[in-house]
Design a protein around this ligand. Structure first.
Ligand SMILES: C[S@@+](CC[C@H](N)C(=O)[O-])C[C@H]1O[C@@H](n2cnc3c(N)ncnc32)[C@H](O)[C@@H]1O
Length: 317
């Protein structure tokens, strides 16, 4: 999605151009308070990916994170291609037709529904996020194929009851049939005090047998500098809780791990990567755009320490 398609631009300047964005900026007509004076994970992620839907406070904290962990853009890019690979696997090989994606993020092509519907045009997708900027951009997520359907729920992962009882969920998905639940790069924003494993259990309990869960989670298992990343997020007011391999595995309790099990994400079926997603950018990956350089690095050349995010797909028997 380009800035010109965004709801933001219907109210004036795009965020990157409006360097002096005001605290408490709202989206006229939508009544959304973007709280642009504090960093938000969705907008920082957008910045790491080279997007334009971020504000000075997001860019400042993101640059601090890059300062302590220069591979940050590699992490988010590899995380994103894990999402597209697992979606392709779930639609093409596992035969899943319904997806519930919690922690969607600002639309970034290709979005989950675009990947799923390119394999199965009738696929149905429900997106969920708690950030008003994602809601503001939801139009791009609702551009379904005519045969399929997409919906958006404005909700917090911690409020599983709200998600599981939302009319949009039940109108879009048939919860008696298998669903792929995706929780990509979201649980590290849920500290232990918010009962992340209880949240996971509640969601998985609702899924019928034959369903799948794909999940990624940041870790400091391979590079202690990731603890500096955690500190930078916490210092800017964003909750962040890195977990070990054993702690990430615990999210999959009661599920069978699909081969190759829990991996640092670039090691999970790299052969399913669409060459277009790792294709060299016009500058050959050597130009001044650091987001483009991160995109251009083939997974086979990356180390676990550089990627530092676990991912797996679980199957509910
Ligand atoms: C790092 S982004 C990941 C985006 C996308 N899943 C991906 O991996 O490409 C994390 C997203 O989770 C959302 N998020 C964080 N905490 C959340 C919560 N408690 N409830 C709902 N969404 C949350 C953020 O707003 C952000 O859009």
């Amino acid at each position: 999605m380009t800035g010109s398609e965004s709801v933001l631009n219907t109210v004036g300047e795009g965020p990157e151009e409006s360097g002096g964005a005001r605290a408490g900026q709202t989206l006229e007509g939508a009544g959304l308070d973007l709280k642009v004076d504090v960093p938000h994970p969705a907008r920082m992620y957008d910045y790491f990916l080279g997007g334009k839907d971020n504000f000075p406070a997001d860019r400042k904290t993101a640059e601090q994170v890059i300062g302590v962990f220069p591979n940050s853009r590699i992490v988010v890019r590899q995380n994103r291609t894990f999402m597209t690979r697992t979606t392709r696997y779930l639609a093409a090989e596992a035969g899943v037709r319904q997806f519930l994606d919690i922690g969607t993020g600002i639309p970034t092509s290709p979005n989950l529904h675009e990947v799923a519907q390119s394999v199965v045009p009738e696929a149905r997708i429900v997106y969920t996020d708690n950030d008003p900027i994602v809601l503001a951009h939801a139009r791009a997520l609702l551009a379904s194929t005519p045969q399929g359907r997409t919906a958006y729920i404005d909700a917090d992962l911690r409020d599983t009851q709200r998600i599981l009882t939302a009319a949009e969920l039940h109108e879009t998905l048939d919860l008696t049939r298998p669903v792929a639940l995706s929780l990509i790069a979201i649980f590290h924003f849920i500290p232990d005090g918010d009962d992340p494993y209880g949240i996971m259990r509640h969601l998985v309990d609702l899924l019928p047998s034959g369903s799948y869960v794909s999940l990624t989670h940041l870790t400091a298992d391979f590079d202690p500098a990731m603890r500096e990343v955690e500190r930078a997020y916490l210092a800017s007011g964003v909750p962040m809780h890195l977990r070990t391999r054993a702690q990430v595995e615990r999210f999959f309790e009661g599920l069978d791990l699909v081969e190759p099990g829990l991996q640092v994400v670039h090691r999970w079926r790299p052969e399913l990567t669409d060459p277009a997603e790792t294709a060299q950018d016009p500058d050959g990956g050597a130009g001044p755009d650091p987001a483009a350089r991160a995109k251009a690095i083939p997974a086979s050349e990356l180390t676990d320490a550089q990627v530092s995010i676990y991912g797996a797909v679980g199957y509910k028997p």
